[in-house]
Design a protein around this ligand. Structure first.
Ligand code: KG4
Ligand code: ZN
Length: 343
């Protein structure tokens, strides 16, 4: 029988490690609630480059990982991991190979030292489970996962039961935010910078294109990115605030358009879940609320700290994997191009 809501199984305490990109993150959840979450960022390191530099990222993970593990254990009051924890969960893909390797190596060390089961987690499933840390998710759920590396629409029918509906044909939406931020001379990551600037901007200064407007469930953001570049090259004298606002509007409306298309044509759905770094964007959050009101379904929107990469979401997805016996061996390897598939 399919359950009517997606919930994280109770009765487990799991430590989750996340190092797929530029955040060294460790979180612990117990009985489906966050006990601790430590996130060590690397923004200063990548800021000059306008994007994540893989070699710098993996070295920084190596420096930060044990401090993050110890911090998360201390916050949760764990001093005897072997008896206090039920498993170690780790992101093994998708992501940067060298970065993933640091987390996977650390997880193996912990699993060995404390004789704990090891659970492998898909980063995108982690983003999906972030929402389940704060609310029960009415099923079936339409999930929009939007980060620096992905833009995906997935129908969630039950725990581990996913139907891929659409994805980006070129850039991820977070990548577009980061690239446009760079064009405007802003720092990295670009999403929060664009949002801050856009708050004081006039979004009607330009009418930037919405990719693949005609239909279907795939996204495209490279045309939008190029349109912003061309607009800036023209030297219209428009203020950066206005360009940021007009770009943010087009990017968010591209996402909302496809969410509404999926709700109309691929439902019925009882909720819309958002996850990934771009889900921290206030305009996207309020537009998803409006859409859900219009369709009379629930909007499941995690708090901002759970949208960007964190270890608690990996512990959450890991708890589910553990509950269905998904323990892996110490020969676990990273899978940089991992794709989320159903059981
Ligand atoms: O999920 P995440 O932390 O890491 C990946 O898995 O990629 O997402 C990072 C992405 C970056 O591209 C960043 O610019 C974007 O999320 N982001 C935002 C906001 N906060 C982070 N984009 C738009 N608005 C935001 N407030
Ligand atoms: Zn992510």
């Amino acid at each position: 029988m399919t359950k009517e809501t997606l919930e994280i199984p109770r009765g487990y305490r799991v430590l989750g490690i996340e190092t797929s990109c530029d955040e060294t993150a460790v979180g612990i959840i117990k009985n489906a609630r966050v006990e601790s979450s430590v996130v060590v960022g690397q923004n200063d390191l990548h800021s000059d480059f306008g994007g994540v530099v893989p070699e710098l990222a993996s070295r920084a993970h190596t420096r930060a990982i044990w401090q993050a593990v110890e911090g998360a254990m201390a916050q949760a009051g764990i001093d005897a991991p072997a008896k206090d924890l039920d498993a170690i969960a780790v992101t093994y893909g998708p992501g940067l190979a060298g970065s993933l390797m640091v987390g996977v190596a650390a997880s193996k060390a912990l699993a060995t030292a404390y004789d704990l089961p090891l659970v492998a987690v898909d980063h995108m499933e982690g983003h999906m489970f972030a929402a389940a840390l704060e609310s029960q998710i009415p099923l079936p759920a339409l999930t929009l996962l939007v980060s620096g590396g992905h833009s995906q629409l997935i129908a969630v029918e039950g725990l581990g039961s996913y139907r891929f509906l659409g994805g980006t044909l070129d850039d991820a939406v977070g990548e577009a935010f980061d690239k446009v931020a760079r064009m405007l001379g802003l720092g990295f990551p670009g999403g929060p910078e664009i949002e801050r600037l856009a708050n004081n901007g006039d979004e009607n200064v330009a009418n930037f294109p919405i990719g693949l407007r005609a239909g279907g469930l795939d996204f495209s953001f490279s045309g939008l990115k190029t349109a912003v570049l061309r607009f800036l090259e023209k030297g219209t004298g428009a203020k950066p605030e206005d360009v940021a606002a007009a770009f943010q509007k087009a990017a968010v409306e591209s996402l909302v358009l496809k969410v509404e298309y999926a709700l109309k044509n691929h439902g019925p759905f009882k909720s819309v879940v958002i996850g990934g770094g771009v889900a921290a964007n206030s305009r996207l959050r309020s537009r998803i609320h409006q859409t859900c009101e219009k369709f009379a379904i629930e909007a499941v929107i995690p708090s901002k700290g759970l949208c960007t990469d964190n270890g608690a979401m990996i512990a959450a997805a890991g708890t589910y994997r553990l509950s269905v016996g998904g323990v892996v061996g110490l020969n676990l390897s990273v899978d940089p191009t991992l794709e989320l598939v159903s059981e």
